[in-house]
Design a protein. Sequence first.
Length: 235
Amino acid sequence: MTMPAPATEDPPNAMRAADLSDLLGHVNACWDEQRRLLSRQLHDSLGSSLTALTMHLGLLTAKLPQDPALLDRAAQMKNLLHTIIEANRQMQHKLWNDKLEFLGIRVALSEAAAQFGQQHGITVRCSLPEEEPLCPRSHSVALLCALEEGLRNIVDHAQATEADVIVDDNEDEIMLTVKDNGIGADGLPAMDSGKYGLRIVRERAFHLGGTLSLATSPGGGAALTLTLPKPLPAA
């Protein structure tokens, strides 16, 4: 019995898939840059204005008559300003993690994991390279996005109590793994399901020439792994 020839991908479809991947990569890059600029504007404009208001309020309060009602109103205004300043800081961080640029990907990953553990009461261990990985900003953003999505899935689906964040850095590639001790395949969504978080991270990885994989087993936890090749040095 003659076996049918293996199916080959239609060249026009392959070209369209490549074009769509390139387009999505461009959209992600533009969106990242817009978020970075907006975060910087919130810091430079709104943040500095709020800080100035706090200073002015402090000077004004010092000149007020020692009237309990006036002092109480000034204290309320000060507390409100501090609340707005903290909300502004959180919005900046959600839009863009400045630590990527100012402190590097090691610090950004480590602090994101630590904050996650504190917020959700989950033990998170980090194993990071001793030296700062040498990779472009697009790779750093992809690594941080993969970490955030992996941690988000732990909260939403895994029912885990412990997680490990591991970064392996070598000359040719950099790899991030987020592992947990949760319920594994019984809880996590499939990579191709309607959950877009993992799919977006996967497309980021594909555009950069890398891969994203999710390994699970029933009751045996899960491991989300992002692998990115390092760009060749300029000749």
